[in-house]
Design a protein around this ligand. Structure first.
Ligand code: AMP
Length: 550
């Protein structure tokens, strides 16, 4: 960074405390103001924030005794749990790096990511021991394995240094978490892209603290809709191994919320926890919301007052309406692995509230940028396009919490940051109110007869057909038009609609001007299921390969 005038630089008093932005500082407020607040892990464990702090010290001492030094990487393979929350704090607070291992990747990809991240210690839930047995010989840097089990009586399998709970209980809580440079790396994980090898992203203490503060300020700002406040009860439903569960556990902890960790996700288990623990704030990808709302247990479940942020993929209006019908305050967020992740939230400005149809429209937009996010839609020359709700451009961003590159991958890092802006690889439009709407991933764009068709818009339109449960739209090569859209549709149970009915529905909306006529797909395929990625998004690469020739 340039110094404008050296005389203007602050010269602190020698004994002034500079206050680096460190993750440990997020614990001050809840411990001072809500030490009795509860943290819940399924029906297995409950403790207060004081105990959380004690256990963070104990975990740090455990890891230190196992040889973890500042700068080392500690990988975690667990479902969402109090242990994961403890790791979110203890590992970075020691000056080590928390690697959240994506347990839904293939065993080969897990090997690749753990080796690439050079993890030294791995904490492994008993459910992944069989995977570990398969890959152990290929892990090049891990020297120590810690066993995690919900069953205290479980015998310790061979090759593990100890069991998490026993090790933590046996360790002292006194750990003097040091101050260090706020730019020290705190976390690392790998992208779940559908092409090429997963890429490692990394975030510093400063970035995570600023992400926490900015996201919280955006969530706490609205007068009514889409608002997080200190009486909320929080439960993640995006896994803690993916993009820090959107950074929400840090936010919930700073705010001293009652927190509920659900372990492995099952629709019945999640719905039961929401009701029993009176959960009021969650976040998930559309496919999980869809799975919850289509589960028979949802029929009689009381989900009123539950606020659920949907991100990771666009929120189709049909699904959003279904959630609203259950009394859920549902709205979109947008971000990516590279962006920590939050960039936008689709909260409804007070001036735009009142008309349910318009509100649905806004809830399903991609959202307004949160504080400190400089988000532009740009042309090929990086020039901003008009913010008129029509002009399409690539979404590029700057914010204090974006990964500064990909680990050990300078070429991809330069591409990511070309022209000093982080390139999201998404295209979209910004309307006159400032709301972003993503229309496609660049690589999923459908170009037909020289015109662009937005696959997300088409999915949204099709999702409004009463028989449609899930829909993905892909581009298929076409001799005449270059490409044509193809819709893959899963019908709701006991619905007998035909592909022709869906086509007719899209045609009607095209005639009403909702979408362009050339977007109406000739091919609508009724399928049993739609292929998804490790984090539950439609895997359009696989879908294209599958349906290109069929
Ligand atoms: P990941 O890094 O796996 O979290 O994926 C990030 C990508 O998911 C983004 O670049 C978008 O393409 C997509 N995505 C995330 N949130 C949304 C959203 N609200 N609407 C549309 N696409 C989204």
């Amino acid at each position: 960074m340039k110094t404008i005038n050296p005389d203007n630089l602050i010269h602190p008093t020698q004994s002034a405390y500079g206050y680096p932005l460190l993750i440990k500082h997020l614990l001050y407020t809840p411990l001072a103001t809500r030490p009795d607040q509860e943290i819940v892990y399924r029906d297995i464990k409950r403790y207060d924030y004081r105990t959380l702090r004690t256990r963070i010290g104990q975990l740090a001492n455990t890891l230190k005794a196992l040889g973890v030094q500042p700068g080392d990487t500690v990988g975690v393979m667990d479902w969402d749990s109090h242990r994961y929350l403890e790791s979110y704090f203890a590992i970075p607070m020691m000056g080590a790096v928390l690697m959240t291992v994506n347990v839904r990747l293939s065993p080969e990809q897990i090997v690749y990511t753990v080796n690439h991240a050079e993890a030294k210690v791995l904490l492994v839930n008993s459910e992944f021991v069989s995977v570990l047995d398969e890959i152990k010989d290929k892990l090049e840097t891990v020297t120590t394995f810690v066993y995690i089990s919900d069953e205290p009586s479980d015998a310790l399998p061979a090759g593990f240094a100890g069991e998490y709970e026993a090790l933590v209980q046996a360790s002292s809580a006194d750990y003097d978490f040091p101050d260090f440079d706020e730019n020290t790396q705190a976390t690392s994980f790998y992208t779940t892209g559908t092409t090429g090898l997963p890429k490692g992203v990394f975030f510093s203490h400063r970035q995570l603290v600023l992400h926490t503060l900015a996201t919280l300020s955006a969530l706490a700002s609205p007068a009514t809709q889409g608002r997080m406040h200190r009486d909320d009860v929080y439960m993640p439903i995006t896994p803690m191994f993916h993009v820090h569960a959107w950074g929400m556990p840090y936010i919930a902890t700073l705010l001293g919320l009652r927190q509920v960790y659900p372990g492995r996700y099952t629709p019945e288990g999640l719905l039961e926890l929401v009701q029993r623990e009176k959960v009021t704030f969650s976040h998930c990808v559309p496919t999980i919301l869809h799975m919850l709302l289509t589960n028979p247990a949802a029929k009689d479940a009381d989900l009123r007052g539950w606020k659920v942020i949907i991100g990771g993929s666009a929120l189709p209006k049909g699904l959003a309406q279904n959630a609203l019908d259950h009394g859920i305050d549902v709205f979109t967020a947008y971000g990516m692995s590279e962006t920590c992740p939050i960039l936008t939230l689709a909260q409804i400005k007070t001036s735009l509230q009142g008309d349910p149809t318009h509100e649905l429209e806004i809830r399903t937009k991609t959202g307004l940028p949160i504080p400190l996010v400089d988000l532009q839609t740009v042309d090929d020359e990086l020039r901003p396009v008009a913010r008129d709700g029509k002009a399409v451009g690539e979404v590029v961003v700057r914010a204090p919490w974006l990964t500064q590159g990909y680990r050990k991958n300078p070429h991809a890092s330069e591409d990511l940051w070309s022209g000093n802006y982080l390139h999201t690889g998404d295209i979209g439009v910004i309307d006159t109110e400032g709301y972003l709407q993503i229309t496609d991933r660049i690589k999923d764009v459908i170009k037909t007869g020289g015109e662009w068709v937005s696959s997300l818009e088409l999915e949204d339109v099709i999702s409004r057909h009463p028989s449609v449960s899930e829909v993905a739209v892909i581009g298929i090569k076409d001799a005449k038009w270059g490409e044509r859209p193809m819709a893959l549709v899963v019908l709701k149970e006991n619905c007998s609609a035909e592909a022709e009915d869906i086509k007719a529905h899209v045609k009607t909306l095209a005639e009403e001007g909702v979408i362009s006529k050339y977007a109406v797909p000739e091919q609508v395929r009724l399928v049993e299921a739609i292929d998804k990625t490790s984090v539950g998004k439609f895997n359009k690469k696989i879908l294209r390969e599958k349906f290109e020739t069929n």
